[in-house]
Design a protein around this ligand. Structure first.
Ligand code: NAD
Length: 319
């Protein structure tokens, strides 16, 4: 497979590139390094430092490389940042998507280049129905969520108007190796592991009573869903598909598991519940199973141990 991976130097993009390398695929990474690391590169892959909304640059790259698939992960994925900077995030997160879709059509690659879009469960805006199916109404509560939702609609319009081959994967909270504490999507898991393995001076905390539950999705499962979406022998028409584990754990359960792994207590300062926080998330992943042949690995304790080991041995030193 010949792939372009946007957001190649970020958390999920880097994990995807490592998996593509294991499959002997050829790839070009595109990243502006606004939050990604220059160290997250795979031997033998080519890297282009560019903004995805730079339409001419993207078109040129598409014309030259003629990929079988574009995995579009580049985004400014901070919800709070998008609230303060709606113009900047809309430009990167919506026009970045349109720029590549437009480039695929302009380079006359709509027949041969598939577009796999990284969307987000934030489009649901705090779903009441659990597990949440893709048919649940979307109600974006932030510019970021709206930008993801709009990008999905661009994927659908390009499929209808120009016969582009597009599919949208809605990730739930992703965790795993290379997820940095303090990164755009930093989860409690990253914060707690950071305290346990990297910097004991960092004071971890718990917001609320810890009974809130999350469908945490291991990054290998997200990678698997992307590769399946890219390689299925069918054309896509902008379908939205949840990508999660389909299981949820309370933060108190997560704490217990991490304490077991570390063999010591995880002292947590208590804070009031976060305003507007969703109490529970849980995805219905039956569509992913049906349409992607998705079979997530669901041994949460093992996945936590893999992430913990990465924090213990490989967490990047402070610059
Ligand atoms: N991590 C999660 O839990 C999660 C959940 C739902 C959706 N997503 C989506 O998955 C994708 C990857 O997320 P991640 O967690 O790896 O984030 P990340 O911040 O680690 O990676 C994003 C990468 O995109 C790059 N980038 C940002 N703006 C760019 C631009 N305009 N042009 C080129 N490169 C740009 C950054 O430098 C970074 O390397 C994002 O689209 C995100 O919205 C992530």
């Amino acid at each position: 497979m010949k792939a372009i991976v946007t957001g190649s130097n970020g958390f999920i993009g880097y994990n995807l590139c490592l998996a593509l390398k294991r499959r002997h695929s050829e790839a070009v990474g595109v990243d502006d390094l606004s939050s990604g690391s220059p160290d997250n590169v795979v031997d033998g892959f080519q890297y282009v430092r560019a903004k995805v909304q730079d339409r001419l640059r993207m078109m040129e790259l598409l014309r030259e490389f003629r990929p079988d698939v574009v995995f579009h992960l580049a985004a400014i994925p901070r919800v709070s940042y998008s609230v303060e900077n709606p113009y900047e995030t809309a430009e990167a997160n919506v026009m970045g998507t349109v720029s590549i879709l437009d480039g695929i059509v302009a380079a006359e690659l709509a027949d041969s280049t598939r577009f796999v879009f990284s969307s987000s469960s934030s489009v649901y805006g705090g779903a009441e129905e659990l597990p949440t199916p893709e048919s649940h109404p979307c109600s974006p509560k932030s510019p970021y969520a709206l930008e993801k939702w709009q990008s999905e609609q661009w994927c659908q319009v390009f499929a209808k108007l120009y016969d582009a081959d597009t599919v949208c994967l809605r990730y739930f909270n992703v965790f795993g190796p290379h997820a940095l504490f303090g990164g755009p999507y930093s989860t409690v898991l990253a914060a707690w592991l950071y305290h346990l393995y990297v910097d004991a001076d960092y004071q971890p905390f718990l917001e609320g009573d810890g009974t809130q539950t999350r469908d945490f999705c291991f990054v290998d499962n997200v990678v698997q869903a992307n590769i399946s979406a890219a390689t299925r022998k069918q054309r896509w028409h902008g379908e939205e598909i949840n990508v999660a584990q389909g299981r949820s754990y309370s933060l108190l359960e997560c704490r217990q598991m991490l304490e077991r792994l570390a063999g010591r207590e995880l002292p947590l300062a208590r804070k009031p519940p976060r305003v507007g926080d969703v109490k529970h998330t849980l995805a219905d992943i039956s569509l992913a199973k049906e349409m992607l042949g998705y079979e997530p690995e669901i041994d949460f304790e093992r996945q936590l141990s893999v992430m913990a080991e990465w924090y213990r041995t490989s967490y990047p030193a402070k610059q």
